[in-house]
Design a protein around this ligand. Structure first.
Ligand SMILES: NC(=O)c1ccc[n+]([C@@H]2O[C@H](COP(=O)([O-])OP(=O)(O)OC[C@H]3O[C@@H](n4cnc5c(N)ncnc54)[C@H](OP(=O)(O)O)[C@@H]3O)[C@@H](O)[C@H]2O)c1
Length: 297
């Protein structure tokens, strides 16, 4: 259960920064961990503070920090496995998981980037090697990861097909998809063929039905469930399961792309920190349009 309460202000150790948090974004992992669904994969000390995404200002630098100074605006991906995440007024982060915040956006929008945009980037570019002119099917195109993935793939010059519910059709078209598929009305595997890359943030039946849309040699990248090696072999395609990692260099790269104006973080709802419980209830519905952000300062 989430409880809003006072805790001592943490102190940065070697190579760490203390941030005054301005905003923290909400990811499905936050409520999955809170509910105990991830206890076999991500063991956490209890009680813990959730929040893998923050944007704020450097309040204090720990010993040995060389890249950041007090007063700088930064964003980061805290290592919550120590028990201290971003749903707080102050958080300690490692220098190596922090970068200067994109200058063109505020903290609320910057806080949406470290998990969702970095996951989309790693899936599409580092893992799938998506190239200009290739065709990509992005499931869950309206969600936190999907809304970044659509924009990143278009920025790369790919042909983008996105799946979303009826409610989100106009939204994903506005994001820039070349084709939007309403998964409530149309079975995507009946209309999508010969794609180079499938990005799967849904798993289950959606993942199982995705093999046939890939061309030979294509790749299915899941961010939620390990794809079947037998199925990949049967269809002559590759597959991968990745997890979000965002160090300073990827966050710096993402800040550049955001500041170039090509990618816009989409914020659906902003709530005060005291309403973190409500933010989880909203996110647990699984039908996000962009991101939910907790505004702290
Ligand atoms: N591996 C990693 O490191 C990593 C990193 C980030 C996230 N994840 C995981 O990836 C998943 C997605 O994360 P997220 O932040 O994008 O979640 P999110 O913001 O809650 O978005 C989920 C999206 O899925 C869509 N959706 C639901 N059912 C669908 C279906 N059958 N077909 C197509 N779209 C469907 C929803 O839109 P509609 O209303 O249109 O249905 C919603 O926009 C979560 O399970 C999360 O834990 C993993």
């Amino acid at each position: 259960m989430l409880r809003f309460e006072d805790v001592p202000r943490p102190t940065p150790g070697a190579g760490e920064l203390l941030l005054r948090v301005h905003a923290a974004s909400v990811n499905p992992i936050d409520w999955k961990v809170r509910a105990g669904h991830m206890k076999d994969y991500i063991p956490l000390p209890l009680p813990f503070i959730p929040g893998w995404d923050v944007s704020g200002v450097v309040e204090e630098v720990g010993p040995g920090v060389t890249n950041f100074n007090k007063g700088e605006e930064v964003y980061a991906r805290p290592d919550v496995t120590h028990g201290y995440g971003g749903y707080a007024e102050y958080v300690v982060v490692k220098e190596t998981e922090t970068a200067l915040k994109p200058k063109s956006i505020d903290h609320v929008h910057a806080a949406t980037i470290p998990v969702a945009a970095a996951t989309a980037w790693r899936a599409l570019f580092n893992t799938a090697g998506l190239q200009k002119g290739q065709k990509v099917l992005i499931h869950g195109a309206a969600g936190g990861v999907g809304s970044f993935a659509v924009q990143l793939a278009k920025w790369k010059g790919a042909y983008v097909i996105g799946t979303a519910s009826g409610r989100n059709q106009a939204f994903v078209q506005k994001l820039g998809v070349d084709e939007a598929i309403d998964y409530e009305k149309t079975r995507f595997e009946g209309v999508v063929h010969e794609v180079d890359v499938v990005l799967d943030p849904i798993g289950g039946d959606t993942q199982n039905r995705s093999w046939t849309v890939l061309k030979k040699g294509g790749i299915l990248v899941s961010i939620v469930a390990p794809p079947s090696e037998e199925q990949a072999a049967k269809y002559g395609v590759r597959s991968a399961l990745i997890s979000a990692e965002a160090g300073s260099s990827l966050l710096t790269e993402l800040a550049k792309v955001i500041d170039s104006g090509n990618i816009k973080p989409i914020v659906e709802t902003v709530l005060p920190l005291s309403e973190a419980r409500r933010s989880h209830k909203l996110n647990e519905k699984g039908h996000a349009r962009g991101k939910i952000v907790l505004k702290v300062a």
